[in-house]
Design a protein around this ligand. Structure first.
Ligand SMILES: [Zn+2]
Length: 117
């Protein structure tokens, strides 16, 4: 669910809850089903909030993936900001994206668990 749609859903929920005049045309129905207004508005608000939270979490996850790099030589993880030339500041090795690094280099996982390394 996109962030914009989530905000629109949340806004509709708040509108239904805070502005009963919005329901003018349906006043007869509104009086008969006053509980429905609360139910509908809270449903909209909850769905909107869930959408906003999940959208922000997805954005966070993506930006963290893009920010982190790893050096295959010394296996230091470095943010893109501290290594703008794409080289490791510790040993000068060429950096790779951290995402999926150990899938591409499974041999480095075993080396890393050796004692004294
Ligand atoms: Zn390095």
């Amino acid at each position: 669910m996109s962030l914009l749609i989530s905000f629109i859903i949340l806004f509709i929920g708040i509108m239904i809850f805070c502005n009963p005049e919005w329901y003018n045309d349906y006043r007869g129905i509104f009086y008969d089903f006053s509980n429905l207004r609360i139910l509908a508005s809270s449903t909209f608000v909850i769905v909107g909030l869930i959408g906003i939270v999940t959208s922000f979490r997805a954005l966070n996850r993506d930006s963290q993936k893009n920010e982190m790099m790893i050096c295959p030589e010394c296996q230091q993880t470095i943010t893109v900001y501290t290594a703008q030339d794409g080289r490791c500041p510790h040993c000068g090795g060429e950096l790779e994206p951290l995402d999926g690094f150990y899938e591409r280099h499974p041999e480095l996982l075993d080396e890393d668990t050796e004692p004294g390394h």
